[in-house]
Ligand binder design. Structure first.
Ligand code: AP5
Ligand code: MG
Length: 213
């Protein structure tokens, strides 16, 4: 099963993608997590990606597409995957489409997690992220068991650099300009499903599980 998670920054794509990955036994692939892991390790890719991410801008398509195509070619993706944060532009979606077509494959579901902009800034300031394993928490809605410590790997949780309110506003602008057109792109393909992302985490997941079956 090949699934794409669409939605504004902070809509809950990562939170839901993790739950989907567990229930349906497919890898969770987040381009944002891949970039953050590279930034942490200080790789050349990380250094380049950081200059865009810190401003709330998209990392250029050439760089992002290559990383994604390399990742989905790995053996653990043979039975499918859940993509979180990719594609983010029409050209990225087209490259993915062409790559899948060559393999005789296609995207089964594109799930749009809908959350209005006014909810987003509030959510971001409360988010805490684990840069080691990619887990995401929220100080009020999804608190870790021990303060500032990841439940899964025990690492120190941090406020992401790009979660400052002024950067969040920029990310929202970029989302509306470059990513939102993908809703129509996948609607035309007949694979788009929409869920209300303002509901409780478990209720959003129940709606998604109903769609995926
Ligand atoms: P990325 O890491 O993908 O960030 P994003 O899209 O901005 O999304 P977020 O991770 O911020 O939010 P999310 O939807 O995953 O929400 P979450 O589940 O954490 O990308 C970062 C940057 O990398 C980009 O800006 C860009 O520069 C670059 N990049 C990445 N991919 C790229 C690409 N393909 N092309 C070019 N550049 C790329 O939830 C948010 C918070 O809300 C959490 O605290 C969570 O606990 C809480 N929460 C979740 N669900 C609920 C709920 N239902 N109710 C209450 N709280 C909730
Ligand atoms: Mg995320």
């Amino acid at each position: 099963m090949k699934i794409i998670m669409l939605g504004a920054p902070g809509a809950g794509k990562g939170t839901q993608a993790k739950m989907i990955a567990e229930k349906y036994h497919v890898p969770h692939i987040s381009t944002g997590d891949i970039f953050r892991a590279n930034i942490k390790e200080g790789t050349a890719l990380g250094v380049e990606a950081k200059t865009y991410m810190d401003q709330g801008l998209l990392v250029p398509d050439e760089l992002t597409v290559k990383i994604l195509l390399d990742r989905v070619a790995k053996p653990d993706c043979a039975e499918g995957y859940v993509l979180d944060g990719f594609p983010r532009t029409i050209p990225q979606a087209q490259v993915l489409d062409e790559a899948l077509e060559k393999l005789g494959e296609h995207i089964d579901f594109c799930i749009d997690v809908e959350v209005p902009d006014e909810h987003i800034v509030k959510r971001m300031s409360g988010r805490r992220a684990c840069l080691k394993c990619g887990a995401t928490y929220h100080v009020e809605h999804v608190p870790p068991k021990k303060e500032d410590q990841c439940d899964i790997c025990g690492s120190q949780l941090v406020l992401r650099e790009d979660d400052r309110p002024e950067t969040v506003e920029n990310r929202l602008k970029v989302y509306h300009e470059q990513t939102q057109p993908l809703i129509e792109f996948y609607q035309k393909k007949g694979v788009l499903k929409t869920v209300d992302g303002t509901a409780e985490v478990q209720d959003v997941f129940a709606a998604i599980a109903k769609i995926l079956g």
